[in-house]
Design a protein around this ligand. Structure first.
Ligand SMILES: Cc1ncc(C[n+]2csc(CCOP(=O)(O)OP(=O)(O)O)c2C)c(N)n1
Ligand code: SF4
Ligand SMILES: [Mg+2]
Length: 347
């Protein structure tokens, strides 16, 4: 009889799950698309942080980027909304069930064009959600037209130069009140993973703009959202190191070159080798940095701004602890007597 040799034990995370439920379907995006690398990092981040995928809702709008949630966290809930309308659907989902961990994936077109109004209100509410923009400076799904994040002078594949100024989604998010704002590059595995893991420890809106080149329509010379341009103009705001609350690691640091920020759940974010005068909790400093780098044609990556203690939308609304979705009817309906009192008070 043939003997069966057991294979190596599969790696499990701190809640005992293997990586499989964190993966999604096979991608249908172009090979080499930056969006695919981002999906891979999302799988890694949720697995390594030991987030239960059944407690997650993934949301998106329309675009190649918005197809991404199909390629990660297969065991999570999901809702693919109308173009640019993911923020309102996400708001509804989070308010209906405050225990859900929400991650939304949008594109620069989905957010910066048709969805800009919804984006603005999501940021000012500081809804607890991880909001990712997979930023390729074009409408990939509809064949590469310039999007509102395309830089002035950036050239399309046919040689035409963009002549409209870009919207800087990070500057906008900081100005509007998002409490965790970062920028990264799909090609920077290490930085992106640390930022995503840190965002899982923050309570409030985490807006992460990720430069994610479109290999089919916007990866040529003259484009400022190509792989080559991104590699050459990425001005890293130091190294991002993240130590989750469940890991007993202390990082020794030189206070002159490393900033430590304690997040909502006790996890620690270390921003190493940042300029001595850069304080990631200083909104003005972040805005200045974004303006200065943009003026030089560079883009700053890293955690740009973080405000760990800011009230999020759920606490501002004073919702009960029990998710509204599971409250019994008698606790959500005021009842005849209460209605009569209201009517009486209006007389
Ligand atoms: C209401 C509506 N208007 C326009 C479109 C056409 N459309 C589909 S995706 C898209 C833009 C996608 O760009 P982006 O969000 O940057 O995603 P990418 O494909 O670049 O990842 C547009 C204009 C649509 N689907 N629905
Ligand atoms: S068209 Fe561009 S954005 Fe869409 S999947 Fe292909 S490379 Fe990615
Ligand atoms: Mg796009």
């Amino acid at each position: 009889m043939a003997t069966v040799t057991p294979g190596p034990a599969k790696k499990t995370n701190r809640i005992g799950l293997e990586v499989q439920p964190y993966r999604g379907g096979k991608t249908t995006l172009c090979a080499g698309c930056g969006h695919n690398a981002i999906s891979e990092r999302i799988v890694d981040a949720f697995f390594e942080m030991g987030v239960d995928p059944r407690q997650v809702i993934k949301l998106s709008g329309i675009g190649c980027s918005s197809k991404s949630p199909a390629y990660f966290l297969g065991a999570a809930h999901g809702f693919n909304a109308v173009h640019g309308r993911m923020p309102s659907v996400g708001t509804g989902a989070v308010l209906a069930n405050r225990k859900l961990i929400a991650i939304g994936v949008s594109g620069d077109g989905d957010t910066g064009a048709i969805g800009i109004g919804q984006f603005v209100h999501l940021m000012r509410r500081n809804l607890p959600i991880i909001y990712i923009i997979e930023d390729n400076g074009c409408y990939g799904l509809t064949k590469g037209q310039f999007s509102p994040t395309a830089d002035v002078g950036s050239r399309a594949k046919n040689g035409i130069a963009n002549d409209l100024p870009p919207i800087d989604t990070c500057a906008l998010a900081i100005q509007l009140g998002a409490s965790f704002v970062a920028r990264s590059f799909s090609g920077d595995k290490k930085q992106l993973l640390s930022i995503l893991k840190a965002s899982l420890s923050h309570r409030g809106t985490c807006m992460i703009d990720i430069i994610s080149p479109c290999v089919t329509f916007n990866d040529h010379e003259g484009s400022t959202k190509s792989y080559a341009y991104a590699k050459d103009h990425d001005e890293k705001l130091g190294e991002v190191a993240f130590v989750p609350f469940f890991e007993d690691i202390t990082i020794e640091y030189d206070p002159g070159t490393t900033r430590q920020v304690e997040l909502h759940d006790g996890s620690k974010l270390y921003l190493k080798k940042v300029a001595e005068d850069y304080d990631p909790t200083d909104r003005q400093a972040a805005m200045r940095l974004l303006h200065e780098t943009a003026r030089r044609g560079e883009f700053a990556t890293g955690v740009l701004y973080v405000e760990p203690d800011k009230d999020d939308f759920v606490s501002l609304l004073n919702l009960v602890d029990e998710p509204l979705a599971s409250l019994p009817l008698e606790r959500v309906r005021p009842g005849r007597e209460a209605l009569d009192d209201v009517m009486e008070s209006l007389k």
